[in-house]
Design a protein around this ligand. Sequence first.
Ligand code: AMP
Ligand code: MG
Length: 477
Amino acid sequence: MILDNRYAGLEWAGTRTEPDPLKAPRLLLVNYDLAGELGISLDDRQWRDITSGERLLPDMTPFAQVYAGHQFGGFSPRLGDGRALLLGEVVTPGGERWDLHLKGAGKTPYSRFGDGRAVLRSSLREYLASEALHHLAIPTTRALCLVGSDEPVYREQVEAGAALLRAAPSHLRFGHFEYFYYSSQSERIPELLDYLIDTQWPDLKQQPQDYGALFDRVVTRTAGLIAQWQAVGFCHGVMNTDNMSMLGLTLDYGPYGFLDAYDPGHICNHSDPAGRYAYDQQPAVGLWNLQRLAQALSGHIELDVLQQSLGKYEHKLLTTYSELMRQKLGLEQWHEGDPALFRDMFSLMSEHNVDYTCWFRRLALLEAEGELPPSLAALLPEPAAWQDWFARYRARLAQEERTFAERRTAMDAVNPKYVLRNHLAQNAIERAERGDMAEADILLQLLARPFDEQPGFDAYAEPAPEWAASLCISCSS
Ligand code: AMP
Ligand code: MG
C-alpha cells in the first residue's frame, strides 16, 4: 500500500493525534473487494489492529482535521474530527488518492464534550448504508472495516464501542472552508482549494486563479447527489454544512432512512422535530448549504461567478430528478402531460401510504391490460382509487415504442428491489450486538445487487412491518 499523507503536512489544518485503542477488539466486517480496488492487502489481524486503533502502519500519520459548520441553521465555529482520524492518503493502483478515515478512534482536540467513541449500532448503520448507496450508484464514502469491542460507551444507555475504517477520495467538507473564513484565516482557503485541485481535480489546474470552476463543480455535484437521494427515497437526516462533502459524496451517516410509505414530509431524525431536514426539504437545504459555502469562498471567487453557479443548482437538480423519475416510470420519451401524471401518482401514494420502493419495482409488472398484478394490488388499500391513474399510465405507455417486456427490464435496472430499510438494519444490529454477524452479511449481499432478483429473500423486499414505525433513530451515535 502506498501512502502519501499530504493533508497531515498542512499543519494549520488540524492536529496530529494518536488513536486511543479500543479494548478487546473483534474484527466484524472487512470489505475485501474495496480493499483490493484500493490496492490494500492486509491480513485479518492487521485489519483488526488498525481499525481498533491498536496499530498504525509505518507510513500512517494520524491527523484530526479542523472544520466548522452550520448545524440546524446555527453556526458552530469549531467542530472538527472529534472522534475520527485521517490515517493517511492511499495512492491506488489506478493513481487515484483515497483518504483512510478511522471513526471512533478516541478523543482529539476537537472532541468538545464527546468521548471520541462510536457505538456498534451507528457504525454498522454507516457501514451498511454507505455500501447500499454505492451499489445504487449514488456517490458516497465507503466502508472498509468494522471492529466491535467490549468497551462500554455511554449514550442513552450503555452500548458497545466500535470503530469504522472508511474510505473516500476526500473527506473535505463545506465546513472546512467555513472554519478558515470565520476564524479570519481566509488566506488558508486558497491553500485548501489547491489541495483539493491537486489531489482530486487536476483538470482544474488549467484554469489557474479560477476557483469559480471548482465551486461550479461542487454545485453541480451536490445538485446531482440530492436528485439521486430524492429519486431513491433516501433521507440523510443531518444535512449540516459539516456533513456536506466537497466532492458531492453522501457523508456522515447518522439517523438516515429510506422512505417506507411515501410521505413527502418524512422526518427520519427524531432529534429534528421541526423537520428542517425532512425528505422534501433536502433540495432546498442543499442550496442553502451551498450559499454558506459561497460565503466562505467569497474572498477568492467573484460574487457574480458564485451567483451564476448557485443559479444553476435548481435546474441541475430538477432536470436530473425528472430524468430519473421518467426512467423509474419506464418512460423513454417526454410528453406534455407527464408532469401531471407524476404529480397525481405522488398525491395518491401519499394519500394511501404506498410503499415507495415496492411501488416502482412492482409497477414494472403491469401489463397493457387486465387485472393489476397481485403484488402491486397488495400495496394499494383502495385499488379503485387508482383506476383513473392506471388508465392514464397505460395510455401513456401505449405511446412508447418499447414492448412491455423491454420496459420491465429497463425499470428493474433502475428501481431497486432491496433497500436498507430501518427495520432490516435494526435486525442486523440486534444480532451483531449479540456477536452474530450473519444478518449483516445477508444484508450486504442483498444490497450489493439491489436491482437483481435474489430468490429466497423476498421477505427483505416487503414493506416495513408495523413495529418499524416505532423505531427511534436519533442523532446519538
Ligand atoms: P456528527 O453529528 O456526527 O456529524 O458530529 C458533529 C461533530 O461532533 C463533529 O465534530 C464530530 O466529530 C463531533 N462528535 C460527534 N460525536 C462525537 C463523540 N462521541 N466524541 C467526540 N466528538 C463527537
Ligand atoms: Mg459529521
